[in-house]
Design a protein around this ligand. Sequence first.
Ligand code: GRF
Length: 184
Amino acid sequence: MMRLAVFASGAGSNFAAICDANVPGVEVALLFCDRPKARVLGLAEERGVPTLCFQPSACATRDEYERAIVDMVEEAQIDVIALAGYMRIIHQPLLDAFAGRIINIHPSLLPSFPGKDAIGQAFEAGVDTTGVTVHFVDSGIDTGPIIAQVPVKMCADRETLEEAVHSAEHELYPKVIEQLAREW
Ligand code: GRF
């Protein structure tokens, strides 16, 4: 079994999709959250996934915060970390401890539209096609080697595009995690 930790800060629809896919060879062993009011915490409790909620304000420095996270994640014997709407940049302590073992999902065809509100950026740009990317995490924002991408056709309004991109995410992320587990 590959022991997976999901890191999330918000709504948690990708977290739920990963759990509900019952990915073969994968145990969702931890939900790490940096925001105590995030909806994702309730989704984890409903699914019986152990949660850790730990805010940066608990630590004096950014590195101290990350070192504390590394200790917690190692204590939980986690193999791979999947970021799913985790609104913090990953820094050296975590990157070193989990080199090549942290992945992220981003709602665009990277390298197009990195950063915040990628769906809105694509909509405003009026591209024909946008999509979803899963990639390994490095010290940049939505950079790092691409693992998989799926295209999504542009929609007439932003809300419909958001729905289409999110449902593509919910299909792609469990598949990529299954692939990683097969190679684990
Ligand atoms: C997703 O669109 C993901 O690609 C991006 O943040 C959003 C998180 O949504 N990184 P949710 O919390 O999984 O519902």
